[in-house]
Design a protein around this ligand. Structure first.
Ligand code: HEM
Length: 436
């Protein structure tokens, strides 16, 4: 028994815990969507004010837990199975898993106290920062230098360090000097959120480059000039592309102008995807039978769709219309499901593996998720466009009447959401069945 215990691989446990947070995301997402369609559903047990943070925080915890597990696993793989500070994955796991689970329990008991997306009591910031600090320390101890390293090591390093920095920044509202100045408070909050997502994307995109190299069997891409050029563009965006989050705030105009210009540099990425689509397609044909590759490919398609929507959202006049509508929800969920979740599932399948007799389930699950996600995404965008139209052109329309007009799209959102959950269940359970 003791022998079994000491052999536990906490990098894999990280990923499995992440999958449990994903299941919790799906459960609370379903309850939230039911509230859209049947207002007041479960009102006495779970109000929407509770369901939303339970859903959104579970999604963030799924992303963070699985991303850390993936980075730690591949850092060890990169060093031929040797990980300096071998107890660290276990320590980091316990700190973060206990904190994240306690946050969800605290929501159930109605204990809140933070800001949108991080709605928990700020006391939880302490263990999160300690756990994350240990993750950075373990990473640096294993990597030692950035000199002559492939691009994914740079990305992991940038993601890990920037995440802690921007996470602490997002908590600066705790200081009265910030809290008592609404514009400053909101500017910092939205700026840090933009960068936080950029930081976890560095961790996840770095891991996907590692995995693509592993599938290709060489490291040509991760040492190439173009990989580094795109990395620097990503870091630049991480630091400055949040301007479109604050267009509506009465803050300095130059902040918005810089933000707009930087957002538009993402057109380079967009153009590159279009330019390379033929060769991406032939690579896809060659490798589509490899399960992790399937998920990498789906993420590629979702990067394209999400980037297209994000670029439209960065245009100030459109941003004004889209603000506060379901287009924003569609954009956020399109990115966190289509890009982040697809990539994380690719890592999970590479690291944990699956049994041959589950192949069909995974195949059907994969297609069910992606096809229903398209409908899910479109239904939110259409509902958002209609809401924007009513708000600007028929300001006299009552909220109740407007919601009635949107109801068919909410029903489509719920139905496609249920199909997507079925797809996820088909894809998640084979990972728990495998012994790894
Ligand atoms: C991997 C799966 C999922 C992830 C990562 C995810 C992520 C998110 C995120 C980040 C938000 C916040 C959006 C924003 O404020 O802009 C959100 C909101 C929401 N999600 Fe999901 N989601 C997932 C699946 C689902 C599913 C399957 C459903 C429904 C069946 C759903 C229903 C909702 C609802 C109702 C909201 C609240 C929107 C509002 O505030 O009006 N989600 N989700």
């Amino acid at each position: 028994m003791e022998q079994f215990r000491s052999n536990r691989d906490y990098t894999i446990i990280f990923i499995k815990a992440g999958l449990l947070f994903l299941l919790s995301t799906l459960l609370f997402g379903l309850l939230g969507a039911l509230e859209y369609v049947i207002p007041g559903f479960l009102k006495d047990v779970f109000t929407f004010e509770k369901i939303r943070p339970l859903h959104v925080s579970s999604a963030i915890f799924w992303i963070l837990t699985c991303a850390i597990g993936g980075v730690l696993f591949y850092v060890r793989e990169e060093h031929n199975g040797i990980f300096k500070l071998p107890n660290f994955p276990k320590i980091i796991f316990f700190i973060l898993a206990i904190t994240f689970s306690s946050i969800l329990v605290s929501y159930i008991f109605g204990i809140f106290g933070g800001r949108e997306y991080w709605e928990f009591d700020p006391i939880f910031t302490i263990p999160i920062s300690i756990g994350w600090g240990l993750f950075i320390y373990a990473f640096i101890t294993n990597m030692k230098t950035l000199k002559n390293q492939p691009v994914y090591i740079w990305m992991w390093f940038t993601g890990a360090v920037f995440f802690l920095f921007t996470y602490l920044e997002s908590n600066s509202w705790i200081l009265p000097q910030i809290r008592n100045n609404l514009v400053k408070d909101m500017t910092i909050q939205w700026k840090s959120y933009g960068s936080l997502v950029g930081a976890w994307n560095q961790l996840i995109y770095g891991t996907s480059i590692y995995l693509m190299d592993k599938i290709a069997g060489d490291k040509k891409y991760s040492f190439s000039k173009i990989a580094f050029a795109l990395y620097f563009l990503g870091v630049f965006n991480l630091m400055f592309n949040w301007g479109h989050h604050v267009y509506l705030l009465p803050t300095h105009a130059y902040v918005k102008h810089i933000g707009y210009l930087v957002s538009m540099t993402e057109l380079v990425l967009f153009g590159r995807i279009i330019y390379l689509w033929r060769s991406s397609l032939s690579t896809a044909k060659r490798n589509f039978h490899i399960v992790p590759f399937k998920f990498l490919f789906a993420a590629d398609v979702w990067v394209f769709l999400t980037l297209a929507l994000a670029i439209l959202m960065s245009i100030p006049v459109l941003n004004l219309y889209m603000h506060g509508t379901h287009i924003i929800v569609g954009h956020t969920m399109g990115a966190t499901i289509g890009i982040n979740t697809m990539l994380l599932l690719a890592f999970a399948y590479d690291i944990i593996g699956f049994r041959k007799n589950d192949s069909k389930k995974i195949y059907y699950g994969y297609w069910t998720i992606n096809l229903s996600l398209i409908i899910f995404w479109i239904s939110l965008i259409v509902a958002g466009v209609m809401k924007a139209y009513y708000q600007f052109n028929m300001p006299e329309m009552s909220y109740g009447v407007m919601i009635n007009q949107l109801w068919p799209w909410f029903l489509l959102f719920l139905t496609s959401g249920i199909c997507m959950i079925i797809g996820f269940v088909l894809v998640i359970f084979p990972l728990f069945k495998n012994k790894n």
